[in-house]
Ligand binder design. Structure first.
Ligand code: HEM
Length: 393
């Protein structure tokens, strides 16, 4: 694959905004995606493990974990759409080559995620059907492996032609998974699943700490589980992360940076585990999101380095300021933020007491603003659509 071919595969229309903004949004939204996805995988693993334990605390923790897995999976899938949009704007040559080479898996991806979620929901509703939970876990891991392969195959332009036509014979079935690196996949999924689970459990214990109907002994049990999850996650992350550094990291010329980052993150959370308490759950969350951001930047660094060898740089992606798209994007964000914040505040207030609590008048006022902004957004959306239709009649 020559550098000219790679550059010629970019969208001739260019990006609608400076590529740096797209790259920043790609990294930030990936952090949210991977946080919720790994929290879900970690919670599901804990839930399934706890189902086999007879002890009351375990039974209760298992129920909580399965419920958390369901909710965080929904958030993780939703947050996956955002990096997907951004990656195919500035890395379209790599992304579309990967999705074409693995066409069958690309098509199967959505059914895998949908079925995985469906089975998880059945487990959540029925509670005691562990087999369904294992099927869900298998489907979700397979979906994650497809995503991992798609992201990684794009890093190796030198192999694309051989993958497309092994030995010179075109192979178009798209049934092979290509470009994967097992240590990277396992570190990013299982290592981070332990860490995300630890953080989520701490947040759970923090949230319910003032509720009189939730036994303190149970919350202490959850806190202990959180510390254990942080330790196990850090161990897996450090070991597999090092293997990632020695394999793909070294191959792409960033072996040392990968090794240093994964060891630092692993050591930080291994040492922090002993001090992680429900009371300082928010600080642990902040620390963890910071660590995830560093890892997301490292991932992006690998891509920059891999494609840079072929003269490809996202920063040189042609772009035109498309003010219509930018206005639309900003208007959507402005309208959505108050609604999301309002819903989060209502949810928070409703769980602070057993019988629930009414949100404060300030929160209600916030909700009113949110609804008005949303209505304004709908009006804007339809007016813009009608204007475009009429203008093109
Ligand atoms: C509709 C659902 C999903 C969408 C739209 C989505 C989207 C994405 C995107 C865009 C990336 C980044 C690709 C890149 O940077 O090139 C990504 C990475 C990743 N996703 Fe998802 N994802 C979804 C579901 C899942 C599920 C169910 C799992 C696992 C249970 C998962 C696990 C991962 C992992 C492990 C990575 C990192 C791969 C790597 O860097 O090697 N995703 N996903």
């Amino acid at each position: 694959m020559s550098p000219e071919t790679l550059l010629a595969m970019r969208d001739p229309l260019g990006a609608p905004i400076h590529p740096l903004a797209v790259q920043a949004l790609l990294v930030i939204t990936f952090v949210l995606h991977i946080f919720f996805i790994t929290a879900s995988v970690g919670s599901l693993l804990l839930g399934l493990y706890g189902l086999n334990k007879g002890e009351e605390n375990w039974q209760r923790a298992s129920k909580v974990a399965i419920r958390v897995a369901t909710q965080t999976l929904g958030l993780g899938i939703t947050m996956g759409i955002a990096p997907l949009l951004f990656v195919q704007v500035i890395y379209d040559p790599a992304w579309y080559v990967a999705t074409t080479l693995m066409g069958l898996w690309t098509v199967l991806f959505i059914p895998l995620v949908a079925l995985g979620y469906l089975f998880l929901y059945v487990l959540y509703l029925r509670g005691n059907v562990a087999g369904v939970g294992y099927v869900s876990l298998a489907l979700l891991l397979l979906a994650g492996f497809v995503m991992h392969s798609l992201a990684n195959a794009g890093l190796y332009p030198s192999r694309w032609v051989e993958w497309y036509a092994p030995g010179g014979v075109v192979h178009t079935t798209g049934e092979r998974l290509l470009g994967y690196n097992l240590p990277r996949f396992a570190a990013l999924l299982f290592g981070q699943a332990g860490l995300s689970l630890g953080v989520i459990l701490l947040l759970f214990a923090w949230y319910f700490r003032r509720r009189e109907d939730v036994p303190q002994a149970f919350l202490r049990f959850v806190e202990g589980l959180a510390q254990g999850a942080l330790r196990v996650g850090a161990g897996i992350y450090g070991l597999l992360g090092l293997l990632w550094a020695f394999t793909q990291g070294a191959e792409l010329g960033l072996g040392w940076p990968v090794a240093v980052v994964v060891l630092a993150v692993a050591a930080l959370f291994y040492l922090h585990a002993g001090r992680a308490r429900a009371e300082n759950a928010l600080a642990t969350l902040g620390l963890y999101l910071g660590a995830l951001l560093v890892v997301a930047l490292l991932r992006e660094g690998l891509r920059v380095s891999a494609l840079g060898r072929y003269g490809y740089s996202a920063m040189q992606y042609p772009y035109v300021w498309d003010w219509g798209s930018i206005l639309f994007f900003v208007a959507t964000a402005v309208a959505a933020v108050p609604v999301i914040v309002y819903l989060a505040q209502v949810l928070y207030a409703s769980g602070t007491r057993k019988e629930g609590a009414d949100p404060s008048p300030r929160v209600e006022a916030f909700g009113d603003v949110g609804v008005k902004l949303l209505l304004g957004w709908f009006a804007f959306y339809f007016a813009l659509g009608l204007y475009v239709v009429v203008r093109n009649l």
